[in-house]
Design a protein around this ligand. Structure first.
Ligand code: SF4
Ligand code: SF4
Length: 340
């Protein structure tokens, strides 16, 4: 990434952080899915299929326009594999036309020098690739050996920020792989993060001593800003629940390929309202709603958004919120009936 572009991105990031700290009335980060289809089939993944069609460009543009109405700061395109969408560059251009920061999450397979240059032209700001292991195995082919050539292309041609995420825990066979991946990322000039994952039953288990050592070594190598924002991982690494306020459905939105708003990729169906019908009333309700899955959640980006508001506005369980709503309605009825 060129130094001037990097500095411009840093200025825009600083501006969105101050805006997010000053006001709670807008979306900080939205993930949108233009393509559920994926070229891979990772063993732990529940976010892909092998046959769905790309969401048409005009539909994606309408969704982005609606996110702009919510004054969204960052839109990250995810999947499936979004690089399979034939009009990905137009989607990125449309995000940037609203002054929104455009991010992309990809498995890295489709990067060629020409493709990277077209993403530069479209105005992509940031890319994240997750690499699960060094050698491909039956669980994952997001492997350093397969992707190293693509990473070299990116180091040479990309004019956008690149973060390489490695993973640890959840029965990943060789924990050392996370450190090998992180070292390679740093060598190529990328930032790096590490994700702690649950075991295959979705249970929170402490990392083994060896995994913990590697986890801390990778964190040390990584992006200092991310490390500061990812304190929750230290509790998760110890297998302990973490207390925080998840603002999904409000400051963070996950928009699936059908255009519905969900809390996140792992809690689809809540609230499950079409984006075009989503209102500030929904936004405010979800901001206040306590998420039952929060104590063991490992989704880094939603934690980072949550930190912006963690110090303000306590949340309530859905039952408490309903009770508060009923109380307000009763007070309104009393006011209406009161003799003037
Ligand atoms: S590459 Fe990503 S979307 Fe595709 S199967 Fe693997 S984890 Fe899922
Ligand atoms: S706590 Fe985590 S899993 Fe639960 S809704 Fe928030 S982001 Fe999703």
């Amino acid at each position: 990434m060129r130094k001037s572009t990097f500095l411009k991105l840093k200025v825009r990031e600083a501006a969105f952080i101050s805006k997010a700290l000053l006001s709670t009335n807008h979306v900080v980060l939205a993930h949108i899915i233009p393509m559920r289809r994926c070229n891979l089939a990772c063993g732990y993944c529940n976010e892909y299929d092998h046959n769905s069609k790309p969401v048409p460009l005009d539909v994606m543009k309408r969704r982005i326009d609606k996110l702009a109405e919510f004054n969204t700061s960052i839109v990250t395109i995810s999947g499936g594999e979004p690089m399979m969408h034939p009009q990905l560059d137009d989607i990125i251009r449309h995000i940037r036309s609203h002054g929104i920061i455009a991010g992309l999450i990809s498995n890295g397979y489709y990067f060629t020098p020409d493709r990277i240059k077209r993403l530069n032209k479209a105005g992509l700001d940031a890319l994240q690739i997750s690499i699960d292991n060094v050698e491909p195995d039956e669980v994952s082919r997001k492997s350093l050996r397969v992707l190293d050539k693509k990473l070299r292309y990116l180091a040479e041609h990309a004019d956008f920020h690149i973060n390489i995420n490695s993973v640890i825990g959840g029965g990943i066979k060789n924990p050392d792989d996370a450190l090998t991946v992180a070292k390679r990322a740093v060598e190529l000039g990328f930032s790096t993060t590490v994700g702690v994952i649950h075991d295959e039953d979705g249970l929170l288990k402490p990392l083994t001593e060896k995994e913990k050592q590697i986890f801390h070594a990778v964190k040390k190598l990584g992006n200092k800003d991310h490390a500061r924002l990812n304190w929750f991982q230290d509790s998760i690494a110890e297998g302990k629940p973490y207390e925080w306020r998840c603002r999904s459905g409000s400051r963070y939105l996950y928009i699936c390929e059908d255009g519905k708003v969900h809390w996140c990729s792992q809690q689809r169906g809540f609230p499950g309202i079409p984006l075009e019908e989503y209102t500030m009333e929904d936004f405010k309700r979800e901001y206040k709603t306590e998420k039952w899955c929060a104590p063991t959640c490992t989704i880094q980006c939603v934690h980072q958004v949550g930190i912006l508001d963690n110090w303000r506005d306590p949340q309530m369980s859905p039952a408490q919120l309903r009770k508060e709503q009923k109380q307000k309605e009763a007070e309104r009825v009393v006011q209406i009936l009161r003799p003037q």
